[in-house]
Design a protein around this ligand. Structure first.
Ligand code: FAD
Length: 387
């Protein structure tokens, strides 16, 4: 029977970050198992590539602060460009309740050390994004260090460095179950046979729940389809467009990477119900354009680039926060449930799990509020700034 000290299940951005952080701390016998023939076929390859510290909860803000700093230094750490571009995130409110919430969030963000975040009135918003219909906008917030990253660049960098540090990746290896004995991890069973191990880190994204179940653990992570419409404008768009988000409806758009004419837009479709469906649904296009029409001619007058439209899965938890840490089974750890923020939070998540495994707790940042136990004790978190 094969064996490895630490097995990571899932080679998306989270598994890669865990492998990077573990091996950077000297862990040698790390084996990452990925069921596909290559990386990037899960949610990581579908992500919009947004990164921001504009959240409501302390933990989300702190994870972003750590992660943004790491993205700034990503090239030196991994010899790979993660494409971090601080173009800014503009959140806007269309009523006073939303605006008050944004204002409270900004105060919190500043108190935790977020730089370059400020309130903006409707006039300023109309200057930041020329051509935006601001008639119904009460105000908003702009975070200058927020912006974009390239999800596949982050995935590649973490993976490359983890391998250089001694981690191994085994593709086309699907984990069927986690086997335990006397309340401890013993092995994983795969299509390539059983692999003995001391420790398992489950990083299987939206697919994690059924794997956790094989060890008798209920991991409340649900898959939910999220779609992106990719469109092209005849004329050049404004240079340096930020990410723009309507807090009330969740409608948002960003320019495509390295393009002055292409743009991505989306919103959280309330008609979606949990499923593993990742087929792009044509009926989403008119729904998005309906919202675009109200907001700006430069959005509405674009043409859909059908072959670039895509659908992927959010891996949602009941309180829209990640699950990081161990459980009742000794040496079984979870890094799951990022609820739409897994790429941007992958640096902090990888470091946190590494410290929990090697040191017993995450010392650089207290992530205990993200434990699986919170769902049993009812200590749920409350984030309003999610889309
Ligand atoms: C449309 C869309 C837009 C998004 N936009 C953003 C954004 O702007 N910013 C952001 O931070 N996040 C965004 N996200 C969320 C982000 O993509 C996820 O949170 C993140 O990719 C999760 O990474 P992961 O490694 O946990 O999961 P994944 O990338 O899904 O990786 C999980 C891996 O596990 C493998 N796997 C599954 N089951 C098994 C098994 N049994 N055995 C072996 N391998 C297995 C899968 O093949 C996959 O490669 C977006 C998501 C979507 C869908």
């Amino acid at each position: 029977m094969k064996n490895a000290e630490i097995i990571i299940i899932g080679g998306g951005v989270i598994g890669a970050s865990v492998a990077y952080h573990l091996t950077a701390r000297g862990a040698k016998d790390v084996l990452l198992l990925e069921r596909e023939a290559a990386q990037g076929f899960g949610s990581t390859g579908k992500a919009t590539g947004g990164v921001r510290a504009q959240f409501e909860t302390d933990i989300n803000i702190k994870m972003s602060l750590y992660s943004i700093e790491l993205f700034e230094n990503f090239k030196e750490l991994t010899d790979t460009d993660c494409g971090y571009e601080p173009r800014g995130y503009l959140f806007f409110a269309t009523d006073d309740t939303q605006f008050d919430r944004l204002k409270r969030n900004v105060e919190k963000q500043k108190s935790l050390g977020v730089k370059g975040v400020e309130f903006v009135d409707a006039q300023t918003i109309s200057e930041i994004v020329r051509g935006l219909n601001c008639d119904d906008i009460v105000g908003g917030t702009f975070g200058a260090r927020d912006g974009f990253i390239n999800p596949l660049g982050v995935l590649e960098g973490f993976t490359r460095k983890a391998i250089e540090n001694g981690a191994q990746i085994q593709f086309e290896t699907e984990v069927f179950s986690i086997k335990t004995a006397s309340g401890k991890v013993k092995s994983v069973s795969t299509n390539e046979g059983e692999i003995e191990c001391e420790t398992v880190v489950l990083c299987a994204g939206a697919w994690a729940r059924s794997i956790a179940q094989t060890a008798g653990i209920n991991l409340p992570v649900e898959p939910l389809k999220r779609q992106i419409v990719w469109a092209k404008s005849e004329n050049n768009l404004q240079e340096n467009l930020p990410m723009v988000i309507d807090l009330g409806s969740g409608f948002h758009f960003r320019p495509a990477k390295d393009s002055l004419t292409e743009i991505l837009f989306a919103y959280p479709d309330q008609d979606e119900t949990p499923s593993f469906d990742t087929n792009f649904d044509e009926s989403f296009i008119p729904k998005v354009y309906e919202r675009a029409k109200h907001r700006a001619a430069f959005l509405y007058e674009t043409k859909v680039v059908r072959e670039r439209c895509r659908a992927g899965l959010y891996e949602n938890t009941p309180d829209h926060h990640a699950i990081l840490g161990g459980c009742a089974i000794e040496n079984l750890y979870f890094a799951n449930g990022f609820s739409g923020h897994g790429v941007m939070h992958s640096p902090a998540a990888g470091r946190a799990i590494t410290e929990i495994i090697l040191d017993g707790e995450a010392k650089f940042l207290d992530v205990s509020c993200l434990s699986l136990a919170r769902f049993a004790t009812g200590k749920l978190l409350h984030e309003t700034a999610f889309i």
